[in-house]
Design a protein around this ligand. Sequence first.
Ligand code: L3W
Ligand code: SF4
Length: 427
Amino acid sequence: MRYYPNIPDLNANSSINLLLRRAKENRTTNIEEYITTGGYSALKKALTRFNPEDILILVEESTLRGRGGAGFPTARKWRFALSNPPPRYLICNADESEPGTFKDRIIIERDPHLLIEGMIIAGYTLGAELGFIYIRGEYPAGAMILEDAIEDARKKGFLGKNILGTDFSFDILVYRGAGAYICGEETALIESLEGKRGHPRLRPPYPANEGLFGKPTVVNNVETLANIPIIVTYEMDFMNIGPMGYYGPKLFPVSGKVKNPGVYEATMDLTLRELIDMAGGMKNDKKLKAIFAGSLAVYSADEIDIPLDYSPKGFGGTGTTIVLDEDDCIIDALIVIAEFFEHESCGKCTPCRVGTYEQLNILRKFQNGTATEKDIELLEYLGKNIPVGSICGLGYSASNAIMDALRKFKDEFIAHINGECPAGICF
Ligand code: L3W
Ligand code: SF4
């Protein structure tokens, strides 16, 4: 038995309990516990009662969308891959690195067999024989936990040749990243898996058509795949979980100025306000200033009655929720995000490489009291132009938070130009 350090704490005050059902204590669920609590019964059901098309239809009707940020319909992606001849590959994107995002880690470290079972069923549906888990280098404990869990699953006949006596064979390899956020972009991830430098490819072709080693490849997020055993277990009853069109459980990593930061599981009919309440409400009963949805969007305090779903007005994305109160400075928070993008830009596209560097420097001017009105114009110029000259999600979204903040918190920018920080922490 290996020693797994530092499994993070988790808050269990969730509105639903499917993905985190076994993830309650500060430890990893082993294969025996997993099986005695119903684990691997979805796999048995899938292999004995359903053919791959049946499962595809179940996933289609479940309305499951990718939980890695983009929310693309999972079944549609699977169908794209299935329209291409084998060999096909399955990749689990466990390169979770978005600022404030730590939801996949909980599944990996607390209930790894849920992910493994989901991957085996996905592999069966896709006619794949090999799956990979690409895990970020900063999750060494998670990588060890997965390797051990995969070995345990092999010993029980859930992985390997002729799974459960059928003619379906499938195995999973764990591949550790080396600490680059960009390798969570699906085509950079594939390059990295192929042993090359992790630079994104131009899309199309999408991986579902031409992915790993040029073969059709499905790249799904950890939480997406963890939903698959639940869908197979519940079948049509899955559609009783959550609102129409956005069925199923969703994880929300909540951090910042709430009383109980942690990972929460909720249905997507809940609102952002209810999620904050679930996390205990505002720490020290301070006033809510803003919510950063990772680096993708900034919400002001009067915008939190939106649903947590993937509709155009919904919260969407990875579910990342970073809560700022009246003592936090918007500029200061934006600098943290801008430093991240400046550091993580892979440098392939000039507008992203240079633009992320420039927007960080401009924000620092607001922080040190040397910014002028012209700098607001420059930030807006960069925000409009970096995405246009970029080829991947990093460049598309590197200015989102700044642009949102300029729309909703322009007074804070102006105040800094006038030598005032509303939170009293700059200069
Ligand atoms: C076949 C088509 N496949 C789209 C597939 C595509 C991909 C998925 C989504 O991620 C998001 C960004 C942030 N034929 C297809 C097709 N697909 N059209 O659908 O594609 P896309 O382009 O909408 O998004 P993306 O570039 O894969 C970017 C979010 O990711 N983000 C956050 C990342 C979060 C983490 C984390 O920590 N977990 O890294 C960063 O940008 O929301 O929208 O599979 O192949 N015609
Ligand atoms: Fe690299 Fe940025 Fe271009 Fe993406 S947009 S490929 S991160 S330089």
